[in-house]
Write a protein that binds this ligand. Structure first.
Ligand code: NAD
Length: 504
């Protein structure tokens, strides 16, 4: 029995009953992202009225003790102007804590009991959000299966990383897939929940003017940058075993590339978007060891100054770990190619790193120069047209054009931009990516989640890079913190006669 509230698409109505179970209820992800997202959904009346949130952790909290932690987290992570005590109390009323060490077989019965004491157990959507280390996924799924709570309409949500290479990703996917059908598995890439990223689909496929130009005839190249000023912080142990390629490129940057490069789907909301993204991943030209040497740059930050503050080197940040062989990269820049009819010959330059000079995520589509110059006696420069999609901060879009500066006599040309800022164009609040994604999980809408074949295709493409790095044993190139990365990243693009956009 289902009913629709708000703007739920008819094919995915809002369920009447929902049990939202969070494994890792005391962790950073749960307290900083999931509870605030659930709060916002509740505040805007989007949650099913009969929603319970079961937070699980190893701590011996009762409901009240956990609610006190949740109250503090909401006060800290919900903007003050949106913090409504009535809604806080309503959400806390939905919230329960269960003590459960997932590795202890005896602890599970309390959870099964709680879930099954529902009046309409069969009709209740059960979401199992695994906000724990991936090494626990197999154990958790096995118990959910044997406990009889995993059948449809149950859903399981997995966070990155899904494995650390192709083989380990398959192990994780097999373990989860032995209990849950693929249609019940929601692999989160929170970049896909961002408004500006979804707007890329709308810009491309709900307008006509770009699509005829969206190919190698008119596009010179594409740049995708995810630049962070933060260091590894308290994620050092995870990060040192991972590095920038696994942590960012394999998932977020390749997903953005897919949305730029994919063919029009038949319809958004079915499997078509994921089918088309998969085709892009399969069309990525595989890298040979020579390509890796030539087209991939990796770096690692030294000490330096970020936003005027001195910051330590990566080596100092991980010194306490007694881990690492000194080859973990905190920066990657690479040149990829999509070998299909639409994109042959168009380089995709991808770049991401920590402790860089700015915090910025953006996609820049750089169009080709005009075929001939009809303003030979002009003053000023013409620049190629560009479409910039700002993912963060200040989500929005800019279309860069050349315009005539007003005034008599001759042509003075100047680059100008049409600027769409989400904050100023749309008065309503721009929701956090997790809000959209959690509601899609509850409704069972899979479009913005990564399918198994996508995850594995992305790993398959990254694997030769990882293997060549491991075989060569060469250390990453050092760069001072607070700079745009190693100079080799500039050489990578400049040798093709191009530049990173912010350094034009
Ligand atoms: P965290 O270390 O802060 O929290 C982990 C949680 O797991 C804690 O609540 C801990 O008590 C619980 N836990 C550990 N062992 C357990 C056991 N045996 N039984 C029951 N509970 C157990 O980690 P986090 O930052 O919240 O991240 C959780 C997962 O989400 C990780 O896989 C991480 O890679 C991923 N992730 C986190 C973020 C983020 O912003 N924090 C972003 C993307 C992905």
């Amino acid at each position: 029995m289902t009913r629709t509230r708000g703007a739920a698409p008819a094919s995915h109505p809002l369920p009447e009953h929902c049990d939202f179970t969070v494994f890792g209820g005391t962790g950073d992800l749960a307290l900083r992202k999931l509870l605030p997202a659930l709060y916002q959904c509740d505040r805007e009346g989007r949650l099913p009225e009969d929603t319970r949130v079961l937070a699980l952790s190893r701590a011996a909290y009762d409901d009240d003790a956990y609610r006190a932690i949740a109250r503090t987290a909401l006060a800290e992570h919900v903007p003050a102007e949106q913090h409504d005590l009535t809604v806080v109390e309503r959400l806390l009323g939905r919230l329960h804590h269960l003590t459960l060490d997932v590795t202890d077989d005896h602890d599970w019965h309390a959870l099964y009991g709680r879930l099954k004491d529902r009046r309409d157990f069969a009709g209740t959507v059960r979401v199992f959000y695994l906000a724990v280390a991936p090494v626990l996924y197999e154990t958790i799924c096995r118990h959910l299966g044997s406990g009889g709570v995993a059948a449809d309409p149950s859903r399981v949500v997995l966070e990155k990383p899904i494995g650390h290479d192709l083989a380990s990703a398959r192990v994780v996917n097999d373990a989860v897939g032995s209990v849950f059908a693929e249609s019940q598995i929601f692999r989160i890439d929170h970049y896909l929940g961002k408004e500006s990223v979804q707007n890329l689909l709308v810009t491309r496929f709900a307008n006509t003017f770009l699509e005829p130009l969206w190919n190698s005839q008119w596009i010179d190249h594409v740049q995708i940058t995810v630049s962070e000023t933060l260091g590894v912080g308290d994620r050092a142990a995870y990060y040192d075993a991972s590095g920038a390629l696994r942590d960012m490129v394999q998932n977020h940057l390749l997903q953005l590339l897919c949305l730029v490069a994919m063919e029009p789907p038949l319809e958004v909301g079915r499997e078509d978007v994921r089918d088309e993204k998969l085709k892009v991943l399969q069309a990525l030209r595989p890298m040979t060891p020579e390509d890796v040497d030539h087209d991939v740059v990796r770096g690692r930050y030294r000490s330096g100054y970020v936003e005027g503050r001195p910051v330590p080197a990566y080596d100092e940040e991980i010194a306490a770990l007694e881990a690492g062989d000194g080859t973990t990269e905190t920066f990657v820049a690479l040149r990829a190619e999509v070998s299909n009819w639409r994109w042959a010959g168009v380089p995709f330059y991808l770049r991401t790193g920590k402790r860089l000079d700015r915090r910025l995520s953006e996609i820049v589509i750089v169009f080709k120069a005009t075929p001939t110059d009809v303003f030979p006696h002009r003053e000023g420069l013409t620049e190629p047209n560009k479409l910039t999609i700002r993912v963060s901060p200040d989500e929005g879009m800019q279309l860069h054009l050349t315009a005539k500066e007003p005034g008599p006599g001759g042509y003075r040309l100047r680059p100008v931009s049409l600027d769409l800022s989400y904050a100023t164009t749309f008065a309503n609040r721009s929701p956090d990516a997790y809000e959209r994604l959690l509601m899609d999980v509850i409704r069972g809408i899979p479009t913005l989640f990564m399918r198994r074949d996508e995850v594995e295709a992305a790993w398959a493409w990254c694997e030769p890079i990882l293997q060549h790095w491991a075989a060569s044993g060469l250390p990453p190139k050092p760069y001072p913190a607070g700079t745009p990365g190693p100079s080799a990243a500039f050489t990578l693009i400049e040798r093709d006669g191009r530049s990173w956009q912010e350094y034009l």
